[in-house]
Design a protein around this ligand. Structure first.
Ligand SMILES: [Zn+2]
Ligand SMILES: [Zn+2]
Length: 283
């Protein structure tokens, strides 16, 4: 078993089949991590939500399955101990502008001592699309502005350790085209607020494999974040074992070019920082 100070490469975002849109047992993700020389992985399955509009099949585990999720990750942790991969149990929580719903989600999250809470606003969810319509947000410009406003407002709640795929609004056809420069002021406000509250952004490599094949966040946003001094976690957002560590080699090189010196990860909701920016071994 590797000790904390030997941890050099982490992948802090991956799923289990309980969400209904991921495949592969958690143990397979652990084996894949071991094969790639990744020292620590964090499962972050989508949090159960009780409300209609969030609870559709194929999106998230049922509320009653939370203990099963914890057990699955525990089994993976045991295998990880054998293979030299530290395995943590996190959760991908939602961001939604209804404090009542968020409080109920908090109660769900409080049922287990999670290592890491990722915050995601899944703008593709029908419930959020309905909310946009109800609030008169029809144009791409307004939808993107609203997205970053809601992210910014989520920061002072201190509910999340890191913000997953911070510009996922660009995906799934929610807007026709995402042009960060048009939203510089509101994106910078989000970045500055995350900095002020000492919360992380996620570098999410899955964006390079789908949609418009761009890293989350967009390299322009990375430049602004580097200027401000934001901290980052990293995740492959794997929904199948083969994706663990996907695109890490090229992304580490990009982060280095951008002047990003290190990455963070969370254990028991406490932040840890890698000694230096990782390098993928054996490539
Ligand atoms: Zn998912
Ligand atoms: Zn995810």
């Amino acid at each position: 078993m590797k000790t904390n100070h030997e941890i050099q490469i982490v992948d802090s975002h991956m799923h289990t089949p309980l969400c209904g849109h991921a495949v592969g047992e958690p143990e397979e993700y652990v084996r894949q991590a071991a094969a790639q020389g990744i020292d620590l992985i964090t499962f972050t399955c989508h949090v159960p939500m009780l409300e209609e509009g969030f609870s559709q099949k194929g999106i998230r585990m049922k509320d009653t399955e939370l203990p099963l999720y914890v057990n699955m990750v525990e089994r993976a942790r045991e295998l990880g101990e054998e293979l030299g991969v530290r395995v943590l149990c996190g959760i991908e929580a939602e961001i939604y502008p209804d404090e009542g719903m968020m409080k109920r989600m908090d109660a769900t999250i409080a049922r287990h001592d999670f290592d890491f809470v990722l915050g995601s606003l899944h703008a593709s969810l029908p419930i959020y699309r309905d909310w946009l319509k109800q609030h008169g947000k029809f144009t791409d410009y307004d939808i993107v502005e609203d997205y970053f406003t809601l992210l910014t407002e989520a920061i002072p709640t201190k509910r999340y350790d890191s913000f997953a795929h911070p510009d996922v609004i660009r995906m799934y056809g929610v807007v026709k085209k995402f042009e960060p420069a048009k939203h510089e002021a509101s994106i910078r406000k989000f970045l500055q607020t995350a900095y002020d509250y000492d919360q992380c952004l996620e570098v999410n490599t899955s964006g390079l494999t789908k949609g418009d094949f761009t890293l989350h966040p967009d390299p322009i946003i990375l430049d602004w974040a580097t200027e401000i001094g934001n901290r980052f976690t990293i995740g492959s957002d794997s929904h199948r074992p083969e994706s663990v560590g996907q695109k890490f080699k090229e992304v580490f090189a990009l982060l280095e070019c951008k002047g990003i010196k290190t990455l963070d990860y969370y254990v028991g909701r406490q932040r840890h920082t890698l000694a230096k920016l990782p390098v993928m071994p054996g490539h």
